[in-house]
Design a protein around this ligand. Structure first.
Ligand SMILES: O=C(O)C1=C[C@@H](OP(=O)(O)O)[C@@H](O)[C@H](O)C1
Ligand SMILES: C=C(OP(=O)(O)O)C(=O)O
Length: 420
């Protein structure tokens, strides 16, 4: 379905009950299953990526499909490989069949796993015959996806010899590895880290009562909207300090775009996004630790008129879509001409003419973050259309309801010409 969006007549005003973190949720679900399923997980995120994880863990079918969820694909590959007696073919969406998995499969095979490719070598689907993994000392390229590291670490305590993992090269998405180690520690397994070598003992997880944090990546769209509109926006459920999510760096990033994050005096557990006149004249940053907020920040900078250069984005090509190319194409529709290369995106102020008489329709490329990072643009572009808007359910099913609660008027429209 396509949505046409109109901004509120007044300034946006809402307290947003953010979704829970899908990253934390999917780790907790895997670790809880490895612990025997006895943990008291009070609440996990409710979205496509966690639904497929829950369904897969509860399934005894020969074939399990995890749709478009990268964490589920990677974590379950390790989980099923380390589950003796389980035979399963693990598959996903068409896009998942284009997202690499070879470094993880190679590493698991070195630990004793039985995994075969049933389609193209290096990509899902995978046929997995579970066994007790021997483990040992192995190397893994850290530059493709941190999810490979997290997947190995979580099953490492089940390996009879434990695991000594040497992560080679640049490590992408590092905070997600720390998140994994942090959750493992909370469930009773302490890994040792020395530089890029992580050692995990053979051990058992201890079930614990666990509460999942709200999602900082989802918060990014509200920071973006607030930097455009300076309304009254509060975000409920986030940890201001001590969050295990790297995307909590949003607080510092949006300081540059005039937003100060403060604990609400009025409402417990709410962070207020306060306006501050301080705008940076130029934004430059390496986002290799926070890839999921690159789209939000790139769109924010363009609309705020702040030239920028964001580097460290080589993994964006292998996410839900090629996010750099998708950004380039869609920003052009609203007149911003950005430069992209293999690992960065920049805007130096170039604009191109656009036809003011035709509606602007943003394509979303099966990528929830394309839909959500462009939605706040409706503050400036009246009647902005977001195509295939339902894509947000991957991580944030309530996103459009939350936009409505902030005063936006959202109409479902029939498919627009030139549909992706
Ligand atoms: O481990 C995780 O929960 C995630 C790690 C990151 O992926 P990469 O490590 O592939 O960059 C991130 O982009 C993804 O949304 C979630
Ligand atoms: C990249 C993402 O997810 P995944 O890799 O888990 O599919 C994301 O949510 O932005």
């Amino acid at each position: 379905m396509d949505y046409r969006i109109f901004p509120p007549e007044e300034l946006p005003e809402a307290i947003i009950d953010l979704p829970l973190s899908k990253s934390i949720s999917n780790r907790v679900l895997i670790i809880n299953a490895l612990a025997g399923g006895d943990g008291v997980v009070t609440r996990v995120a409710k979205c496509d990526d966690t639904d497929v994880m829950l369904a897969a863990l509860g399934s005894s079918d020969d074939t399990v499909s995890i749709g478009a969820a990268g964490t589920a694909m990677r974590f379950l590959t390790a989980y099923f490989a380390a589950t003796p007696g389980r035979m399963v073919t693990l598959d996903g969406s068409e896009r998942m069949r284009r997202r690499p998995i070879a470094p993880l499969v190679d590493a698991l095979r070195m630990c004793g796993a039985h995994i075969e490719y049933t389609g193209e070598e290096g990509y899902p689907p995978l046929k997995i015959e579970g066994t007790t993994l021997a483990g040992g000392e192995i190397e893994l390229d850290g530059g493709v996806s941190s999810q490979f590291v997290s997947a190995l670490l979580m099953v490492a305590p089940t390996m009879s010899g434990g695991l000594k993992l040497h992560i080679k090269g640049d490590v992408v998405s590092q905070p997600y590895i720390s998140m994994t180690l942090g959750i493992m520690a909370e469930w009773g397994v302490e890994a040792q880290c020395e530089g890029n070598v992580i050692t995990v003992p053979h051990a058992s997880y201890t079930p614990v009562a666990y509460a999942v944090e709200a999602d900082w990546s989802a918060a990014s769209y509200w920071y973006e909207l607030q930097s455009f509109s300076f309304g009254t926006i509060g975000l409920r459920g986030l940890k201001k300090t001590g969050s295990m999510q790297g995307d909590s760096a949003l607080q510092d990033i949006y300081r540059s775009f005039g937003i100060v994050t403060e604990e609400s005096d009025e409402f417990a557990g709410v962070l207020d996004l306060m306006a501050d006149p301080d705008l940076t004249p130029r934004f430059e940053a390496d986002f290799s630790a926070v890839p999921d907020i690159a789209q939000t920040v790139a769109v924010s900078c363009c609309l705020l008129g702040i030239p920028f250069h964001i580097t460290g984005l080589k993994t964006l090509k292998i996410k839900e879509t090629d996010r750099l190319e998708a950004l380039r194409r869609e920003l052009m529709k609203i007149s911003f001409v950005v430069d992209i290369d293999d690992s960065s995106i920049a805007w130096e102020g170039a604009r191109c003419p656009v036809d003011d008489n035709s509606p602007v329709a943003i394509d979303t490329y099966d990528d929830h973050r394309m839909a959500m990072s462009f939605a706040p643009v409706a503050w400036y572009v009246l009647g902005l259309i977001i195509r295939n808007a339902e894509v947000v359910t991957k991580s944030y099913p309530d996103f459009w309801n939350h936009m409505r609660s902030a005063g936006f008027v959202i109409e479902e429209i029939s498919k627009v010409e030139g549909e992706e």
